[in-house]
Design a protein. Sequence first.
Length: 91
Amino acid sequence: MHQLGIATGTLSFFRQLGGALVVAIFAAIVLAGVHGAGLERLSAADTTALAASFRWVFIAAAVFFAMSLLSVMMIKTQPLRGPAAAPVSKP
């Protein structure tokens, strides 16, 4: 119980770090799809390349979702407190 704050802070840190990495990876996929044209100078012909790069973004999102789902399923449930108190009988 005395390490609950440490565990909560560590969880928040890694959640923020993972979110930042995923956003950076998605941005890299989109920018690689436009082949250096830059998002501000996209022509009508380049929009098809942009649309194709978003297909890869959604594929990467599905992969990250599957990995996170697998990670959550592997978490072992442990109680935070000692043995549960006996149930209180109602009058």
